[in-house]
Design a protein around this ligand. Structure first.
Ligand SMILES: Cc1cc2nc3c(=O)[nH]c(=O)nc-3n(C[C@H](O)[C@H](O)[C@H](O)COP(=O)(O)O)c2cc1C
Ligand code: SF4
Length: 436
């Protein structure tokens, strides 16, 4: 077992909140500080192990000892209410960002990702040793920084998955070809890190690459058993690849909910070590379903905690209020990271905007809000929560033009945010807002 104060773990999400030098900033402390209650552990965004291996220019680094004080400060924030912290270590291989000056690209192959990216250098033994040392040094720095656990990335189309994948790995040496050959280098990394640190190590895998010629669950069950024998402590089951199947990796709304849970459920039957479930877990119904269907012990939440930092507290009944639902749209979060502004959220205006938490006013007034679309309802609820009296004028239905957004196929889940606002307004016998 992982000895966490709660079964919920925050999944790693790139934030893009650093300043270009890889240090922890106040934006990181504020973001994780808002999400550190009722949660078992937080996995902050992947920490780059060398400045030439960044996926985004504003990523956090663990590449040198001068990063340790900032990471210690981050850990103090995560630990404030008892949550554990998990350092996610990843080598992107050929998926390092080609637009970042100084980045370098190593892989099991010299083929670039078919959807764009730099031409990588096919790694020789010397480069493999360099990579193993990077993981070991970073793991030791994670311990020195006060992290309680480490998560090693074996999935999502990054370097170690580039070795495991039969679609990517075209080597003819002892590290290519058969399954046992393809997993050899990833297992060398696992063994080296296991030998270097005593804290628990979680392994993140893609249960399936989601391409016909890629690896599938059967191989990942066999690989996970090998990881278990190597002394790994848990497996965190995601899907897809940042190169070939990104919507699976970040679980876009068009991806069917539950495929990652099904794979995690199968792995759970085969392994002694705990399995972490992840992927679009964004309601009490999802949590109950996963627990009842698969007996899940640990659940990782990514965007649900972006959309609603109090998701877990509200689910547990320890924090008042309705859960503000994540729409799995990836617009504000992934869109914000890719666009260079940093992670934001289309349903939570307090993410990455500097907006302060609601405070009760000492001079209550009466406000009229004209238009009951999403923005109008947000303003009306905020004014009410600040202690004002609010009249909300809407000619048609609450939700406004957004009521058209969920009519096209595969977009029905967008209705959840309208339902949330309407319920927030109408929830009490005495509605929060006077709707006219
Ligand atoms: C903006 C964003 C950034 C992400 N960055 C990473 C990453 O760097 N490494 C990783 O392993 N997963 C990353 N993920 C995937 C998440 O860890 C998680 O597996 C995925 O979002 C599904 O969980 P969720 O539906 O609870 O958000 C990212 C997802 C999003 C939306
Ligand atoms: S931007 Fe969309 S997908 Fe991302 S956290 Fe917000 S609602 Fe969820």
């Amino acid at each position: 077992m992982l000895q966490l104060p709660s079964k919920f773990i925050m999944a790693p999400l790139k934030l893009g909140y650093s300043d270009g030098t890889g240090v922890i900033t106040q934006r990181h402390l504020d973001f994780y500080g808002e999400r550190n209650k009722h949660i078992g552990a937080i996995i902050p965004e992947p920490l780059y192990m060398d400045a030439g291996l960044r996926e985004i220019p504003t990523q956090i680094g663990i590449d040198s000892d001068n990063k340790i004080p900032g990471l210690q400060r981050l850990n103090e924030v995560i630990h404030q209410y008892g949550a554990k912290s998990i350092a996610h270590l990843n080598h992107p291989g050929r998926m390092a960002n080609p637009k970042i000056p100084g980045n370098f690209f190593w892989s099991s192959t010299s083929k670039p990702c078919e959807n764009g990216g730099a031409i990588p250098e096919k790694m020789d033994r010397k480069k493999m040793d360099v990579v193993i040392k990077l993981f070991v040094d970073s793991a030791k720095r994670a311990v020195a920084s006060g992290f309680d656990m480490i998560e090693l990335q074996f999935g999502h189309g990054y370097l170690l998955a580039q070795f495991i994948s039969p679609a990517v790995n075209d080597r003819e040496d002892e590290y290519g070809g058969s399954f046992n050959n393809r997993v050899k280098f990833p297992l060398e990394v696992a063994k080296a890190v296991r030998g270097a640190v005593k804290i628990p190590i979680i392994t993140r895998i893609s249960g399936d690459e989601m391409i016909p010629n890629g690896f599938h669950l059967e191989e990942m069950v066999a690989f996970s058993k090998m990881l278990e024998e190597t002394g790994m402590d848990a497996v965190h089951v995601s899907a897809g690849s940042a190169c070939s199947t990104p919507p699976w990796f970040f679980q876009h709304m068009f991806i069917p909910k539950g495929k990652t849970w099904e794979m995690a459920g199968k792995l759970r039957k085969e392994l002694e070590m705990p399995v972490i479930f992840v992927g679009k877990i964004n309601s009490a119904k999802d949590i109950k379903f996963i627990e009842n269907s698969y007996g899940a012990e640990y659940l990782a939440l990514g965007r649900a905690l972006v959309a609603d930092p109090d998701f877990v507290g509200k689910y547990l009944g320890e924090t008042d209020g309705l859960i503000r639902p994540c729409l799995a749209c990836a617009e504000g979060c992934l869109g914000g990271v890719k666009g260079g502004k940093g992670l934001g959220c289309v349903v939570n205006p307090r993410v990455n905007t500097g907006l302060q938490k609601v405070t009760i006013t000492s001079s209550a007034k009466r406000f009229a809000v004209v238009g009951g679309g999403l923005a109008g309802m947000e303003v009306a609820i905020t004014l009410h929560d600040e202690g004002h009296q609010v009249d909300l004028f809407e000619k048609n239905e609450l939700g406004g033009q957004f009521n058209l957004a969920f009519l096209p196929p595969n977009k029905s889940n967008l209705k959840e945010i309208v339902d949330y606002f309407v319920e927030e307004i109408m929830q009490q016998q005495e509605p929060k807002v006077n709707v006219i």
